[in-house]
Design a protein around this ligand. Structure first.
Ligand SMILES: [Zn+2]
Length: 368
């Protein structure tokens, strides 16, 4: 087994204050942020960045498109920063990582997105500061881009995309609205489950995944209900970090694969889309790897897989998330679309239970 984590991780309330130390070697900095991530922190960030030559790359769209990645790459190539700083949710972190990588390669962005490997130049160093507790992008070598017009999704999965530093400060999530807390938290929870129930799992990823699950099961509904609950925010942020550390080395599996057409064709938010199939997928995965049931159930305080699945549904409902496809506007015809487009080979092949079109359809009909 092998486990790789080149990102230096700082975690804790108030750790944003250490940013000037991390930036000390650099003068020219490209600063990626979204409106929601920057506005509440603007004064503080300006103070922390005083004296630096800053290029703001702002107002990143959610689920960034390939053309946005191209634009940001060109901006980095003409500004030539020494370092890339990213403050925001998964979309901001992903595009900052993607552009920091693409800007240093001799191949075009399009060529890089269709490449399946190869030798690459080092990325610009990235300092990733998440303001949501969900994607884990601050500690993964992955970045996702979309072409909504062509209903396509692209992803990078190269070790050069690991950020140099992850600054994970739970205080930055205190202002996150309840629905964003629920959806991003559900993404993290699902990523932890998919890392545990994964053909690529190893003892290190297992330990991180199980810690994430037990932290988040009770803390997520509390953080949704009361955003000022510092203890719940702490546990959800730490759970999200642990989930990222887990799936950074295993990748995700069936729930993510099945979710992409839900997002592309039905506009379902990522965390909701991956979560809606999670309890059913887990029950099938447990049949494929029965020796892994006891540790999983213990992490969730359940005595059986059935009880574990019910606890997850309870957590979702308590967080305001949907547990049935019909609640998301998906009907029988929608299931046909999901079955047709839900098999992303590099995700499905990680799943312990080997889905066929027929078994996927049966499971989705059960979830209507
Ligand atoms: Zn995800």
């Amino acid at each position: 087994m092998s486990y790789e984590m080149p990102t230096i991780i700082l975690f804790g309330e108030g750790c944003l204050a250490t940013l000037p130390d991390l930036l000390a070697p650099y003068r020219k900095i490209a600063f990626f942020h979204g409106r929601a991530s920057y506005v509440p922190n603007a004064q503080r960030m300006d103070a922390l960045l005083q004296g630096k030559d800053i290029l703001h790359i702002a107002d990143i769209a959610p689920e960034p498109e390939v053309r946005h990645l191209q634009e940001c790459t060109e901006q980095l190539q003409s500004f030539a920063p020494e370092c890339v700083l990213a403050l925001g949710g998964g979309s901001v972190l992903d595009i900052a990582k993607g552009a920091a990588f693409c800007a240093m390669q001799s191949t075009s962005v399009e060529g890089l997105l269709s490449a399946s490997g190869g030798h690459f130049a080092d990325s610009l160093p990235v300092i990733a500061i998440p303001t949501t507790a969900g994607t884990g992008s601050e500690v993964t070598p992955f970045a996702v881009f979309w072409n909504h017009g062509e209903k396509k999704k692209y992803s990078f999965g190269y070790r050069e995309l690991f950020p140099a530093h992850a600054l994970v400060d739970p205080e930055l999530t205190y202002s996150m609205p309840p629905i964003v807390t629920a959806c991003t938290g559900m993404d993290a929870f699902t990523q932890a489950c998919e890392s545990y129930w994964n053909n690529n799992h190893n003892p290190t990823s297992d330990a991180y995944a199980l810690e994430a699950l037990s932290l988040m099961l009770s803390a997520l509904p509390k953080a949704v209900e009361d955003g000022a609950d510092a203890s719940a925010r702490h546990d959800v942020m730490l759970g999200s970090l642990r989930a990222g550390q887990a799936f950074s080395n295993t990748r995700t599996a069936a729930c993510h694969s099945i979710s992409y057409p839900m997002t592309l064709y039905f506009g379902v938010t990522h965390g909701q889309a991956v979560g809606v199939t999670l309890p059913e997928v887990l029950l099938l995965d447990a049949q494929a790897m029965p020796n892994r049931i006891p540790d999983f159930c213990e992490a969730l305080g359940a005595s059986s897989m059935g009880e574990a699945a019910e606890k997850i549904r309870d957590m979702m409902r308590a967080s305001g998330l949907c547990t049935r496809l019909s609640e998301l506007g998906i009907d029988r015809a929608g299931i046909d679309i999901i079955v047709e487009h839900g098999f992303t080979p590099e995700r499905m092949s990680n799943n312990p239970y080997a889905f066929t079109a027929e078994s996927l359809r049966t499971m989705l009909l059960h979830l209507l």
